[in-house]
Write a protein that binds this ligand. Sequence first.
Ligand SMILES: [Zn+2]
Length: 249
Amino acid sequence: MDDRELLYHSAHILLPQIGIEGVERIRAAHILVVGAGGLGTAAATYLARSGVGRLTLIDDDTVSASNLPRQILYGEDDIGTPKVIAAFRALGRCAPGEITIRGERLAGEALAQAVAGADLVCDASDNFLTRFALNAACVRHAIPLVSAAVIRFEGQLLAVHPAMPQAGCYRCLYNDEAYADEPRCADRGVFAPAAGVMGSLQALAALKMVAGVAEPLCEALLLFDGLAQTSHTIGRRRDPGCPVCGLAA
Ligand SMILES: [Zn+2]
């Protein structure tokens, strides 16, 4: 790093858990963020500003007025624009690293290839089908996954790490395919700052993981309640019958 870069990253370098080595790891990392909504715009902002070397953002939606309270990379001028285009413009002003965008909904082999090319995946999507597919691809290719979700005033966050198979995967928690028919979070209402909290916590976990700092959420599930202003974590164990990571998988 040159003097300008050392100054830019000085607040992280001062942290004994991160230091120059952690910053270099962050600068060398490729993180894939799937979903550029309330979670993804908050997470991508901190990931990009923290100097992630390459950030790939995937989303197939366009900006609408109802997005603006919580999707913090967009403004009135962006309504009707693909989210990844608007996000690219906004992040380009504040990201020292490279930003790559894909304005499509990936599935099947294309999704698996995108996952396999990343060092870590942030699931900031808004539907169970994408969540299940991302989780399965991450487990298959042994790529760490940080999965965040928000609905109403509530959020949840977990990390799935290939080095900790005993903790199971996302699918271990939602082992019924009926979840795939659940309505999207935005269809039931979402309180804007709750999305920001969860997206920020997602970036926090992802950056720690690429920097080599221990992340307890690799073995636990964090539940946030914005109405009660509480959060707590519960331990996770692999479901032996999980179709993705179970003993028969
Ligand atoms: Zn599982």
